[in-house]
Each structure stands twice: as structure tokens, then as C-alpha cells.
Design a protein around this ligand. Structure first.
Ligand code: BDR
Ligand code: CA
Length: 327
């Protein structure tokens, strides 16, 4: 569904978004970047998107601003993880590159209504994509596929069960997930398999050059709180760059809980067809009953969910990429 590897990236940079953008700008054909309010306010996320394109020597990639606030009632930010500026405590110069004047949602609509060769990546709350679908419902048949860092098979980070990008706008996520657009999702369940620590900070620093220095500073801030970072967004986009990095994925029906007092933002996966004769094997998540046999019980298999990854391969990709930005 995403053979062309031409992409539009909707994101909320954010430390790990910056790493993801560095990977994408090197390995994919990035048609444009749309910023959304998420990790921090839009004024910073769009600024950071411009900044990282400039640092990567790619100022020609257009950056658009979308929505700052979610469709739903509650604004959630992750400034405790990313700092108020979205870039931790790393000092940055204001970018020279200007923001595009068109609204990010109009850019999304124009792009996907008029082009057949672009896939979408989302690395933040799905507000912009949902707003675009609400404004132009035909978009649901025009977007060939979405690769998304979001959700989880079982555990959350913003709350016990809700991952941040879904928590940031559960109503938007539910609109996107039920739109019929094929979705590949990389969630916390698999990202937990990929840990970056001080060791990787040093390896990145040793790549040399301004991009490596900036990336090392960002990662160093990110790991200060818990001693590690999963660099979620960077790990997610690596699936599109090198499909062999995700070594197991399953098709599943997924909904987003938008109402629950304790479960708002949870990605509810229907695992009923995966239950094993031996209950001890249930968490292996191997399909036991075909979708057809499940009949009406299971909804549409709307998400291909990543389950296992080759962490060493992903880390090598990241190091090689940062090194390739040069001194
Ligand atoms: C996601 O939330 C944000 O803090 C990160 O940028 C990533 O997109 C991880 O849950
Ligand atoms: Ca993000």
C-alpha cells in the first residue's frame, strides 16, 4: 500500500519526532510536513519542524501548521518528557525557514485529493487528519495508507491504558481508525523492545557533526527522566524505511475508547480470534480462528499492529543515518 515511499508527515516535534524526521528526510521522499499541537503547543512544534529540516539541509521541504487543540475536550501535553519547547533544554537558534501560509489541513486535503503516490505518516495526535476527514470525507478513499506511531496492544504511558498520541485526541483517533484507510500501527507494546540509553547517546555523538551533536543532546535529555528512551516515533518510521525491522505484525480490529472514566484513549483490540487452546499461549497473539470464521463477532481488521521488532537493526539504521548527515 505504500510502495512509492513518498510521504507526508503529520507530527508534533518533540524529541523522538525529530529523530523520525531525520530518518525520513534521508530515506523517504518527504513531500511535506504538517505540525500539530501535541507534545507541546503548535507554536513550538511547527517551529521545531522548520528547525530540523534546516539542520538536515532540507529547507525546501514545506512545513505547514495544522491544529493546536484536539477535537475532544481535554488538552494533554508531554512537556515533562520533551520540555516546554519540545526540544528539552537544548539551545536552538530560531530557524530562517518560513512556515507555509496555507493551513495544514487544507494542504492534507489538496495533496491526497490530487495525488495517488503519497502515503501518510502520523507521529502525534491525529487531530489534523480527523479534521481533514471531517472537512473532506472523500479523503477516506484517497489516502492509500497511514503508518502511525500510536496506541498499544495492552499498556499505556499517558495513563495505565492510553498511549500519549491517542490520549492527546481520542475522538480524532477513533475517526481515523474507523475511516477505512489501511493503517499500520506501531504502538508501545513493540516499542518497549527498543531502548536507548547513555550508550547510544555516546554512539550518536561519535558520529560527529552538527546533526549528531544535536541528536545526542536531545537523546541525553530524553533519557534523563527514566534512564532510557524508546524513541517511539523514530522506531515507528523505520518500518517504512526497512520493512524487515518489524519482524511480526498482526491484523486486528481496533477501536478507541472515548468515554471511559479510566480508559479514555485506550486502543481496544479485539483479541478473541487469537485465544489459544492453551491459555498460557494467549499473549503470543497468534491468530487461531480466521476472520471469516469469526463471522460478525469481530469488526473489520482495520489495523496491522506491529508486535515484534529487530532492535539492533533499527539502531544501526539510526546510527548510519546520523553519520550520513556528515561533519
Ligand atoms: C508518543 O508520544 C509523544 O510523546 C512522542 O513524541 C511519541 O509520538 C509516544 O507515546
Ligand atoms: Ca510525536
Amino acid at each position: 500500500m505504500m510502495e512509492g515511499k513518498k510521504v507526508v508527515i503529520d507530527c508534533d516535534p518533540g524529541i523522538d519526532d525529530c529523530f523520525a524526521l531525520l530518518l525520513c528526510m534521508k530515506h523517504l521522499d518527504v513531500a511535506g510536513i504538517v505540525a500539530v499541537g501535541g507534545n507541546t503547543d503548535l507554536q513550538y512544534t511547527e517551529r521545531n519542524a522548520r528547525l530540523i529540516t534546516e539542520l538536515a539541509g532540507r529547507p525546501e521541504i514545506p512545513v505547514y501548521a495544522g491544529y493546536n487543540l484536539p477535537l475532544g475536550r481535554k488538552v494533554v501535553r508531554a512537556t515533562d518528557v520533551h520540555g516546554n519547547s519540545g526540544l528539552g533544554d537544548v539551545f536552538v537558534q530560531e530557524p530562517i525557514k518560513k512556515l507555509e501560509s496555507r493551513h495544514g489541513v487544507d494542504y492534507l486535503i489538496d495533496t491526497f485529493m490530487n495525488r495517488d503516490d503519497v502515503a501518510l505518516i502520523t507521529l502525534g495526535p491525529m487531530t489534523n487528519v480527523a479534521q481533514a476527514l471531517l472537512k473532506e470525507p472523500r479523503l477516506a478513499t484517497r489516502i492509500p495508507g497511514i503508518l502511525s506511531m500510536a496506541g498499544s496492544a495492552f499498556v499505556g504511558n499517558d495513563t495505565a491504558v492510553a498511549e500519549f498520541n491517542i490520549s492527546g485526541d481520542p475522538e480524532a483517533a477513533q475517526i481515523v481508525l474507523q475511516s477505512g484507510i489501511p493503517i499500520r500501527m506501531v504502538g508501545l507494546n513493540v516499542l518497549r523492545q527498543n531502548r536507548f540509553t547513555e550508550k547510544e547517546v555516546e554512539q550518536i555523538r561519535q558520529c560527529g557533526g552538527p546533526v549528531a551533536e544535536f541528536a545526542a543532546e536531545l537523546l541525553s535529555f530524553a533519557i534523563r527522566r527514566y534512564g532510557y528512551s524508546n524513541l517511539c516515533d523514530a522506531s515507528a518510521v523505520s518500518w517504512m524505511i526497512d520493512p524487515s525491522i518489524i519482524t511480526k505484525s498482526v491484523k486486528v480490529h481496533m477501536d478507541v475508547e472515548t468515554k471511559g472514566e479510566l480508559t479514555r484513549g485506550m486502543t481496544v483490540c479485539d483479541w478473541r480470534a487469537f485465544l489459544s487452546a492453551d491459555p498460557k499461549e494467549d499473549l503470543a497473539h497468534e491468530r487461531q480462528i480466521s476472520h471469516e470464521e469469526m463471522g460478525a463477532k469481530e469488526g473489520a481488521l482495520n489495523v496491522e499492529l506491529a508486535m515484534e521488532m529487530d532492535s539492533e537493526r533499527m539502531k544501526q539504521l539510526l546510527l548510519d543515518t546520523i553519520r550520513s548527515y556528515g561533519k
